[in-house]
Write a protein that binds this ligand. Structure first.
Ligand code: PEP
Length: 254
């Protein structure tokens, strides 16, 4: 079973040209060299096109590389897609699965995401599984119900040993890219609830060793309040991961 870790993961989404990506990666590497990263596991998730660039740099610097999506098949006639074995062969160690943008724009449902999770694990790629409610669900007080269903359908079919390898990211959809962050208390409440669900499904040891990240407009000005919560192990960062200064500052926000 993986150890519970402090994690800061950057989701670049569909941003940066090759030159810009190179500059940002070098900037992050330089700043990590200068400031260190303590006991934080730093993960950079650029567009998959730049995986080789990132894994080459990651090998010399102390960060890991993830991607933002993965196909649910190992190989074959799936034009335009990228598989887990391909990514693993490039040194990619993590894959974001079930991000709300993929759920919304590409209609990815939990049963489908369950297959992506399995194929990633089969190739030693750690899924960073995203869950979270939309605004109407929060306003209707249904957030726990929604997150429970996402976890049950996509993850709770895994054996305990496999579940123990995952990272979970709670990302309330109303807080992603909106500048509106969940309060530390709202986030802590959901993280504690997720841990309770894991404990009920598996056991206390698995629940306590699972890293659960918060995502949604997390930035240097609000990260300390979030990361100091008992059940928040770090962040999945969108906008603020596109600036090296902000991203590295977040690494120093525990
Ligand atoms: C994300 O997309 O995973 C995210 C958390 O974005 P942002 O930080 O920009 O809200």
């Amino acid at each position: 079973m993986a150890e519970r870790q402090k994690i800061v993961a950057g989701n670049w989404k569909m941003n940066k040209t090759f030159q810009e990506a190179q500059d940002l990666l070098f900037d992050i590497a330089d700043q990590l060299d200068e400031r260190g990263k303590g006991d934080v596991n730093v993960i950079v998730c650029p567009p998959a096109l730049y995986a080789e660039l990132a894994t080459d740099l990651a090998a010399e610097n102390d960060f890991a590389v993830g991607v933002q999506n993965i196909n649910d098949h190992e190989s074959g006639a799936y034009t335009g897609e990228i598989s887990a074995p391909m990514l693993a062969s490039m040194g990619v160690e993590y894959a974001i699965i079930g991000h709300s943008e993929r759920r919304e724009y590409y209609k990815e449902a939990d049963e489908f995401l369950a297959r992506k999770v399995r194929v990633a694990l089969e190739h030693d790629i750690v899924p960073i599984f995203c869950c979270g409610e939309v605004l109407e669900q929060r306003d209707a007080g249904k957030q726990n119900e929604v997150v429970k269903e996402q976890l049950e359908k996509a993850l709770f079919n895994l054996e305990k040993e496999d579940f123990g390898k995952l990272v979970i990211a709670y990302e309330p959809v109303w807080a992603i890219g909106t500048g509106r962050t969940a309060t530390p208390e709202q986030a802590q409440e959901m993280h504690a609830y997720i841990r309770k669900l894991i404990s009920e499904k598996y056991d206390e040891e698995v629940a306590e060793s699972t890293s659960i990240l918060y995502g949604g407009s997390c930035k240097p000005s609000n990260a300390k309040g979030l990361f100091s919560q008992k059940d928040i192990d770090g962040g999945l960062i969108g906008g603020a991961s596109l600036k090296a200064d902000d991203f590295v500052e977040l690494i120093h926000s525990f």
